[in-house]
Design a binder for this molecule. Structure first.
Ligand SMILES: [Zn+2]
Length: 625
């Protein structure tokens, strides 16, 4: 009998595949059978119950249709009403009950215990639909809970936090929970003295929290606050989605334009609506909300040839700011670009109507003109929402900085819309510059300089060409977990070539590390996802978006600091890498900057474990405390 040969020492794995890579297959949205309706009309508050119907406070919205169980429970969300106060009536909500189908669901009312489930279901679904529309794929949840049929749903608890003026997303809990509390003795608006206030009835709170969950699914490492911009970005981005979604309801803007007689051209109108923006307001001088209002005072709509006024400028970027304040600098920057584009487009309509844009505000506007102006503002809001969401695919996988988000915004939009006729990108660059949010390593605030650059040499990954991919039915649905694993392995094999790893700034096990890096984990393939984006003129662009991360360790002032690096790849249908957006492992100041932040402004998000600091659990919920 032949003697067994001794086993060769196992070579170290050159890459790893994250459990996230296959998770894309666990979120399975409803598949439309032929003949099923496209939408389920449901009534919601476009702001919250404390605001009158004056600015279109109630709307009937078209929620993408799906089969529902009572709860309601659909394919993506499960509404759980535990914690409901005894004063409210009603069991699980059955939106398929005939009288509710006829009437667009329950009429908005805080007194009806079945309305908050309806409102949270509708707004969560609309927020999800906005992401699906912008990215052309289904977004998978980051939560690890899997039900009996092997799928992941996000649990939504409209009454989940009794006696709390708060709301939050938890990856660990797989849920969004909303608080309710008693108002003060002298509340403002329509709130009754000592009456119950539900955060689950605020459109913006629901959209904001759902966005935290979606962003966590897209970029899980953004839950690790490695620099002050990371939590600020999570907050600011969640506010931007809520704000633009809110502006996309026709009634909201139309009524405001009618009242202000078209002052849209001055740009102040949209700021006024934004000032009322959801929970970000103070009422009766007291802060009911989670935090202060976004900075709309510094917002001005400008024309490309007028230099920005530096005297009464907006709040500027300052890395020592608290995350929410820093996030509001981002919101204000994008919002200003939005106001600028609406003003440019609105002026054209006013001139067609024979009005001088400088003199509007006095004369009554015709109904047709009001509707046209509102439609324009709705369209621009929808376009900004798409731009903001698409840019996530162009962000580095870890350690985001606000200047990098600008680069992502400009690149993602320029990829899709060649001719920037109305100056969307120019307005964005200008308003970021006014707030001193500058991308590093960019010499000029011009589109060609701000756009991400292609990799330093051509990179071709044959295994990821579209001709080799398998989809379920549409490129937005992967064929299954096995196919996702095959794609991740193809990418891992590609980056295991030292030449490729060097080009992508990845450190391979067994090779020399740069000075100062004491350890580097093998590169981790986090995700590979398809993006299908439709441009305003109907063109369709397909890409694959891959995230690769790596954990490095460096010694800073005698303490070991574990910091993330990695890259995002944008791969075209032929398998060519068009962009490699990386965070270098050998950057001399990143470990030091993270070390300072962990002990300074971001201290509450970190805890000591042995010799290192590790992020506390539930960081995204901690953000709101
Ligand atoms: Zn938040």
């Amino acid at each position: 009998m032949a003697k067994k040969r001794p086993k060769a020492a196992a070579a170290p794995a050159l890459f790893e595949i994250s459990a996230r890579a296959e998770r894309q297959a666990l979120t399975r949205p409803f598949q439309h059978p032929a003949g099923a309706p496209l939408y389920r009309p449901l009534r919601i508050y476009t702001l919250d119950p404390s605001v009158s119907h004056r600015i279109g406070g109630v709307a009937t919205v078209n929620v993408p249709y799906e089969d529902l169980e009572p709860g309601p429970t659909g394919s993506l969300f499960e509404i759980d009403t535990s914690g409901k106060p005894k004063a409210l009536q009603g069991g699980p909500l059955d939106l398929d009950a005939p009288h509710l189908l006829m009437s667009g669901g329950h009429a908005p009312s805080p007194a009806n215990g079945q309305f908050a489930p309806q409102m949270t279901y509708a707004v969560c679904s609309l927020t999800y639909a906005a992401f699906r529309r912008a990215l052309g794929r289904d977004i998978s949840w980051a939560c690890e809970t899997v039900d009996g049929q092997g799928r992941t749903r996000l649990v939504v608890r409209p009454f989940g936090l009794p006696n709390q003026r708060n709301a939050g997303y938890s990856r660990e809990g797989g849920d969004l929970s909303f608080g309710y509390f008693r108002a003060s003795a002298k509340p403002a608006g329509f709130t009754v003295s000592k009456g119950l206030v539900f955060t689950a009835l605020s459109h913006d709170v629901i959209a904001h929290e759902t966005t935290h969950a979606l962003l966590d699914g897209l970029r899980s490492s953004f839950a690790v606050p490695t620099n002050p911009d990371v939590p600020a970005f999570h907050e600011g981005f969640a506010d931007l989605v809520a704000l633009f979604l809110h502006f996309s309801y026709p009634g909201v803007v139309e009524q405001a334009i009618r009242e202000s007689r078209g002052a849209i051209a001055r740009g102040s109108l949209l700021s006024d609506v934004a000032r009322e923006f959801g929970y970000a307001r103070s009422r009766g001088g007291k802060q009911v909300a989670l935090r202060s209002a976004i900075d709309v005072d510094g917002v001005v709509a400008f024309d490309s040839d007028v230099p920005p006024n530096q005297v009464a400028g907006p709040v500027r970027y300052d890395a020592t700011m608290e995350p929410h304040l820093l996030g509001s600098v981002l919101v204000s920057a994008v919002f200003e670009a939005f106001v600028t584009v609406v003003r440019r487009k609105g002026e054209r309509l006013l001139r067609i109507a024979g009005l001088d844009p400088r003199e509007v505000g006095q004369a009554q506007l015709s109904d047709a003109l009001v509707r046209a102006l509102a439609q324009e503002a709705n369209d621009v809001a929808g376009r900004f929402l798409d731009i903001c969401i698409r840019a996530i695919d162009y962000c580095p996988p870890v350690d985001i900085e606000l200047g990098e988000y600008l680069r992502a915004l400009v690149t993602a939009d320029a990829e899709l819309v060649d001719d920037d006729k109305w100056g969307y990108r120019e307005a964005l660059m200008r308003s970021f510059r006014r707030r001193e949010i500058f991308p590093h390593h960019v010499q000029f605030m011009t589109e060609d300089a701000v756009r991400w650059q292609p990799p330093s040499k051509p990179l071709h990954i044959p295994g990821l060409a579209f001709s080799n991919l398998r989809f379920a039915d549409d490129p937005g649905h992967p064929a299954g977990a096995a196919e996702l694993r095959r794609q991740a392995t193809a990418l891992g094999t590609f980056i295991s070539e030292p030449d490729h790893a060097d080009c992508l700034r990845l450190l391979l096990p067994g090779r020399a590390r740069p000075a100062g890096v004491t350890y580097a984990s093998p590169p981790m393939i986090e995700s590979i996802r398809c993006a299908k984006r439709v441009s305003p003129d109907g063109g369709v662009v397909f890409d694959l978006i891959a995230e690769i991360t790596q954990s490095c360790t460096a010694n800073v002032d005698g303490e070991l600091v574990e910091y993330p690096s990695g890259c995002t790849l944008v791969i075209d249908p032929r398998g060519d890498v068009r962009y490699a957006i990386f965070k270098k492992p050998d950057s001399p100041n990143r470990p030091a900057r993270q070390h300072a932040a962990m002990r300074g402004s971001l201290k509450r998000f970190w805890m000591k474990k042995g010799k290192k600091r590790v992020p506390r659990p539930n960081t995204l919920r901690l953000l709101h405390e």
